[in-house]
Write a protein that binds this ligand. Structure first.
Ligand SMILES: NC(=O)c1ccc[n+]([C@@H]2O[C@H](COP(=O)([O-])OP(=O)(O)OC[C@H]3O[C@@H](n4cnc5c(N)ncnc54)[C@H](OP(=O)(O)O)[C@@H]3O)[C@@H](O)[C@H]2O)c1
Length: 270
């Protein structure tokens, strides 16, 4: 397993399991399989309504809590100073944990995210979140947040995959020492038949999914592929025994068409 060091010195595993759209029971099984396969990072959110299942999976795995990096997120309707504190306590209770490793603002809700951040800074100071960060923040959202923030976000979790490579935002994040984490890293499964990815995979006896995950890793992007199938969970983690050449990375970069699968953070209505 490779780790990245965040700007507050916390170490984060480079690969984790995402559990969006996995109901509690599926999430519990997926988390247990992932931890047994060697994953040490789990990405959930209050909005996924499966924090109970994630907590169950962690307990069922038998892996010590301190070895696991747990991320959860503040939902949009809970943003604001008081409600952020309340939502965080609810998340801890559902997870059955006394701290999380990372708490994220899920989306930059206009007029609210600064008040939410103030509460998150207090949560961080209390030690109940070992790190705090953001998700779906464009450069201008971060510049606005940083103008008043006492604590810098450790990372920005954004949509990235070979058809949406987000190089300008990644370069900005690097320049301010905020780590990059990719959501929908496999393009929600829609790009796994892409001939360029399949062909590169053949050369390494790997699948397109493994090639994409490797591409994220070699670009220093933290990556959280989701699956509720044990064999795929194992496959997505079996990426530490090969390396893409510079030419292969360039070919994959060339698949970028700036196409979002999710909402644009400047234009969302949820
Ligand atoms: N911050 C945000 O706003 C935000 C937004 C979206 C997602 N996320 C996070 O990012 C995580 C990952 O993104 P995602 O779930 O949208 O999509 P993803 O990881 O890009 O793709 C998941 C899809 O690919 C399939 N899949 C996974 N591994 C596969 C393999 N080896 N071979 C074939 N198919 C495979 C999965 O199916 P099965 O499950 O049936 O195997 C699922 O349909 C989420 O779970 C969530 O934790 C965050």
């Amino acid at each position: 397993m490779d780790y990245q060091t965040l700007n507050n010195s916390l170490e984060i595993p480079q690969i984790g399991l995402g559990v969006w759209r996995a109901p509690n029971e599926d999430a519990a099984k997926a988390v247990e399989w992932a931890l047994k396969a060697g994953y040490r990072l789990i990405d959930t959110a209050a909005a996924y309504k499966n924090e109970d299942g994630v907590g169950q999976g962690i307990r069922n795995s038998g892996v010590p809590r301190e070895e696991i990096f747990v991320t959860t997120k503040l939902w949009n309707s809970d943003q604001g100073y008081e409600s952020t504190h309340q939502a965080f306590n609810d998340s801890l209770e559902k997870l059955g944990l006394d701290y999380v490793d990372l708490y994220l603002i899920h989306w930059p809700v206009a007029g609210k995210y600064k008040d939410s951040w103030k509460a998150m800074e207090e949560i961080y100071a209390s030690g109940k979140a070992k790190a705090i960060g953001v998700s779906n923040f464009h450069q201008h959202h971060l510049e606005d947040l940083l103008a008043d923030a006492k604590v810098k976000p450790v990372l920005d979790q954004i949509e990235i995959h070979p058809t949406l490579t987000q190089e300008p935002l990644r370069n900005y994040l690097k320049s301010i020492d905020v780590a990059v984490e990719a959501w929908s890293p496999l393009g929600q499964g829609t790009i796994l038949n892409n001939p360029v990815l399949v062909e590169i995979g053949k050369a390494h006896q790997k699948t397109a999914a493994q090639v994409i995950i490797r591409w994220h890793l070699q670009n220093e992007i933290i990556v959280i592929p989701k699956s509720v199938h044990e064999q795929r969970i194992q496959e997505n983690f079996d990426v530490f025994d090969f390396e893409l050449s510079a030419e292969e990375i360039q070919k994959i970069n060339g698949l970028n068409i700036n196409e979002r699968l999710g909402a644009d953070p400047d234009n969302f209505n949820f």
